[in-house]
Ligand binder design. Structure first.
Ligand SMILES: Nc1nc2c(ncn2[C@@H]2O[C@H](COP(=O)(O)OP(=O)(O)OP(=O)(O)O)[C@@H](O)[C@H]2O)c(=O)[nH]1
Length: 196
């Protein structure tokens, strides 16, 4: 299976391109790409990006202003097989979590992560068989991912609160600061453990 990092959004809540914001010396998108590359053979970036320092295969949206749904549609069309999708603003998703989603997926169904009752439409697996229905939804301007998932009877893979840090979705300055605090705390903990 190929992996796709969704990174074609406007970042309006963040006020700057969140994919390229640095955390622990690396851009958020690079964190996601690096982890995906440990699990999947090929990693693509979805979005009409050019001229930024992401040295990757980019799959451009065919239709603009259609949101993540079009990113997923274009990626399915390009890859011609099932794809694993992760958003560029979820840099704490671990390789273990990726593998767990893979293991617990339902064959030929959209399989999506859910943590503490919250659905994450941009973390999970979209099978190739949904390409036509996705295209149809976009054509009719039905762009709400959660509604689409309900209509498609998606398979939700549940995670409890112990996974909460991995589901941190960094799309506002406040969530970025929260992430930085989390990293500092972890680093402090690591120093203390190393000292003992
Ligand atoms: N390929 C592609 N990806 C998108 C598009 N819109 C959003 N995404 C990605 O989908 C994921 C979730 O997007 P959101 O955070 O809901 O939207 P956003 O536009 O990035 O940010 P806001 O403007 O703050 O809502 C992010 O990884 C985005 O980069 C799009 O039109 N095309």
């Amino acid at each position: 299976m190929k992996a796709v990092v969704l990174a074609g959004g406007k970042s309006s809540r963040m006020g700057q391109d969140k994919a390229l914001m640095k955390m622990s010396g690396k851009t958020m998108i690079q964190h996601v790409v690096d982890n995906l590359a440990k699990v999947f053979d090929e990693v693509f970036i979805s979005g009409n990006r050019s001229g930024d320092p992401v040295p990757m295969n980019v799959i451009k949206d065919r239709y603009e202003q259609k949101g993540p749904m079009e990113g997923i549609r274009s990626a399915l069309e390009h890859c011609q097989e099932d794809i694993f999708v992760c958003s560029c603003d979820m840099p704490f998703v671990s390789t273990e979590l990726m593998k767990d989603i893979l293991q617990r997926r339902a064959e030929n169904k959209i399989s999506i992560a859910e943590c503490e009752g919250k659905v994450y439409p941009v973390l999970g697996i979209y099978p190739y068989v949904v390409l036509d229905v996705l295209a149809n939804s976009i054509k009719n301007d039905r762009l709400r991912m959660t509604r689409f998932l309900e209509q498609q009877d998606a398979h939700y893979i549940q995670y409890d609160e112990s996974f909460r840090p991995q589901f941190l979705n960094i799309n506002t300055p406040e969530s970025f600061w929260e992430a930085e605090r989390m990293i500092n705390k972890l680093e402090l903990l690591k120093i203390r453990t190393d000292e003992t």
